[in-house]
Design a protein around this ligand. Structure first.
Ligand code: PMP
Length: 356
């Protein structure tokens, strides 16, 4: 049956405006600085362990609690296994958190300029929300988050600005919101700033979410995890086991556990990225760009004379991909992922050609 040319069943379809991920081009000649991936390979421990996966391990379902990975994460951070909830990237973990903890009729709060998936999940799960405008310099005002709400989430450092909110102010937000769950999305924390992780022992309403996609160079393995009070983790597991019990595959479990053991490599590569980021900031400044002081593996830059979109097109024509958001307040900015020093030099040459 049709009503006004539209099939009746369409009335009952869940309609959503999906999140738009950055482009993943197939062409290998592209300098990819658009999705905040790590330019270095993962730890050599990872590949070696993956080569040793047995037929038996592939034949069977993986451990639905991802014990191997959870144990490695717990050891690394000095937590109990009951304080960790793993998932298929932090996107999966965050989606489960929205579904589990944001059940109030009051709106959840998050910044107006932030990881755009928050709004998508809120719409998908029909969670009321209120976006809190950032300040003129893209700063988060903790006071904005003190009013009545159904939960709070923000990234620290924030994305795509890279601005880090000092731990004291993060704690103030958690302290003032003890009746709801506060989620700190620390996808980029390993590149600077100070983690809120020690606060999980003090506040049973706090969840800190990390990912293997950035600092551990494993976006392809899809591993993320939340850390918090065992009661929160228990509730998350109940929802997860009502949704999909076998989330992480065996190769991701093994790869993730191995990566966690290689601290030396982790520190070496994150330090390199931090140094290249600071070099990139100095070079961008010389070319007339300005940007907030990013603590992430990216810089959010705007040019005094040239439109971000025009620079974006010029870079793309030269096979350099960065991210441009067609969104009010930020449409004159480019989010540029920090690559290797060589890659950033290439970017500077290309920007120089355009600006000169
Ligand atoms: N949070 C933030 C702030 C991000 O930028 C991203 C990456 N797009 C994620 C979470 C999700 O990362 P992943 O699912 O790869 O762990």
């Amino acid at each position: 049956m049709k009503e006004r040319g539209i099939a009746v069943w369409e009335k009952y379809v869940r309609k959503v405006t999906p999140y738009v991920p950055g482009e993943q081009p197939e062409n290998n000649n592209i300098l990819k600085l658009n999705t905040n991936e790590n330019p270095y390979p993962p730890s050599s421990y990872v590949k070696k362990a993956m080569e040793e996966i047995s037929d038996e391990q592939l034949r069977l379902y993986p451990d639905p609690r991802a014990g191997l990975l959870v144990k490695a994460i717990a050891n690394h951070y000095g937590l109990k296994e009951e304080q960790i909830f793993p998932g298929v990237g932090s996107d999966d973990v965050l989606a489960m958190c929205f579904l589990t903890f944001f059940q109030s009729e009051k709106p959840i709060f998050f910044p107006d300029i932030t990881y755009s998936f928050y709004e998508v999940w809120a719409n998908l799960y029909r969670i009321p929300y209120e976006k809190k405008p950032l300040g003129e310099k893209f700063q988060i005002y903790p006071k904005d988050y003190f009013g009545e709400n159904g939960g709070i989430i923000f990234p620290n450092p924030n994305a795509p600005t890279g601005i880090f909110l000092p731990l004291k102010e993060v704690e103030e937000i958690v302290e003032k919101n003890k009746d709801v769950i506060v989620i700190i999305d620390e996808a980029y924390i390993d590149f600077g700033g100070q983690t809120a992780l020690p606060l999980v022992e003090k506040y049973d309403n706090l969840l800190v979410v990390h990912t293997f996609s950035k600092s551990r160079a494993m976006a392809g393995a899809r591993i993320g995890f939340a850390m918090g009070d065992p009661k929160l983790i228990h509730y998350l597991n109940d929802v997860k086991f009502s949704f999909n019990s076998y989330t992480l595959g065996i190769s991701s479990l093994i790869a993730g556990a191995k990566a966690m053991e290689d601290n030396g490599y982790f520190f070496k590569t994150t330090e390199k990225i931090k140094n290249t980021r600071e070099w990139t900031k100095r070079e961008l400044k010389k070319l007339g760009f300005s940007f907030p002081d990013s603590m992430g593996n990216f810089v959010f830059a705007s040019h005094e004379k040239y439109r971000a979109e025009d620079i974006f097109i010029h870079l793309k024509e030269n096979n350099i991909y960065v991210r441009h958001f067609q969104q009010p307040k930020v449409d004159n900015y480019l989010r540029i992922t920090i690559g290797t020093k060589d890659q950033m030099e290439k970017l500077m040459d290309c920007l120089d050609q355009f600006i000169r």
